[in-house]
Write a protein that binds this ligand. Structure first.
Ligand SMILES: Nc1nc2c(ncn2[C@@H]2O[C@H](COP(=O)(O)OP(=O)(O)OP(=O)(O)O)[C@@H](O)[C@H]2O)c(=O)[nH]1
Ligand SMILES: [Mg+2]
Length: 306
């Protein structure tokens, strides 16, 4: 393990959750509040996961590879306890390949568990999951003639999608918005392997404002909880330091030497997001940027680095 990562990382108190530095440089968005979203159905889901846990052989934790740190929900970790686990990093088509690779190697080394990076809509990529589950169950001394794997993760990370992909048809409801799954659902993949879909869980208390915004950008938190203007301001602050060229190119902007609000105004103007009288509609402009990001039109972006 020591050969994998720097001493700084190994010394860090990275136990259940990432505590490294993924804050934005040049912060100028102090007015943005910490986002919290843990609606009632998640309390119920948490209870139901705890109730069924004794039957479960292995956990499949789905992390959104765009926000690997904020996807590592300490609540899920505590519900899992010492059950075997594999980690699947979803949506690699929307994240930055080199950072996805770094995170994947980090999680493998730090948590000593198998990690699969996969576009969960593609059978060729997801099909390794059953064998990986069987393998960790066997190595942990559990039964393996009939394995029940519980799929857990933050909302909108791809839990129901992977079940549909492995089953070969749409047995679970999916869509690019959080909290679509409200109840557990057990699906037979083959005679020896069952998957249990669960409702997505957010952190009961999001400590870091940056984490809340990362989850909002990627659609793990309901869009009505925070304005598009605020999410876009956060996103632009990050993008101009890490992926500035893409902003310049996509929105035909000449210089990044502007505040995030100035960028939002320029992009709003460029996109024609105007209200009566010609002023920029900041909410509309923000929504256009967030849509571009979620659709991958600004390229693969990872919002958290090691
Ligand atoms: N681009 C991309 N989209 C994906 C991938 N996996 C899932 N999706 C999409 O992500 C969205 C959310 O997927 P779901 O399977 O509904 O997510 P979930 O984790 O079940 O969400 P909740 O039930 O709300 O907790 C859907 O639009 C999927 O098509 C992936 O690897 N890449
Ligand atoms: Mg679901």
């Amino acid at each position: 393990m020591s050969s994998c990562f720097s001493k700084r990382l190994q010394d860090s108190a990275f136990t259940n959750t990432y505590d490294g530095d993924f804050s934005m440089s040049e912060r100028s968005l102090d007015h943005l509040r910490t986002i919290q979203w843990f609606p009632g159905h998640m309390h119920k889901a948490r209870k139901e996961i705890a109730e069924v846990k004794t039957e479960v052989d292995v956990f499949v934790e789905i992390l959104d590879s765009r926000v690997p740190a904020s996807s590592m929900n300490p609540l899920i970790d505590s519900l899992r306890g010492d059950k075997p686990c594999i980690t699947v990093m979803s949506k690699p088509d929307l994240s930055d390949p080199s950072l996805t690779d770094e995170w994947s190697r980090y999680i493998t080394c730090r948590y000593e568990r198998p990690v699969l990076v996969a576009d969960l809509r593609k059978r060729a990529e997801a099909k390794q999951i059953p064998a990986m589950c069987m393998d960790v169950v066997e190595r942990s001394g559990g039964r393996h003639s009939r394995v029940l794997a519980m799929v857990v993760g933050i909302p909108n990370s791809g839990k129901s999608t992977v079940i549909n992909t492995l089953r070969g048809r749409a047995v679970a409801k999916t869509g690019n918005q959080p909290a679509l799954t409200r109840q557990q659902q057990r699906i037979r993949i083959d005679d020896g392997f069952y998957l249990l879909d669960t409702p997505g869980l957010t952190w009961p208390k999001i400590e870091s404002p940056d984490s809340g915004f990362c989850l909002a950008i990627t659609g793990a938190i309901r869009d009505t909880v925070v304005s598009y203007e605020d999410i876009a301001l956060f996103a632009l602050e990050f993008l101009k330091t890490r992926y500035g060229e893409r902003i310049l190119k996509r929105y035909n902007i000449e210089s990044l030497n502007r505040t995030s609000m100035e960028l939002l105004l320029a992009i709003g103007k460029h996109r024609g997001c105007l209200i009566k009288g010609g002023a920029v509609d900041l909410e509309k402009a923000g929504r256009a940027i967030i849509r571009d990001i979620r659709n991958g039109w600004l390229g693969g972006i990872t919002w958290e680095s090691l």
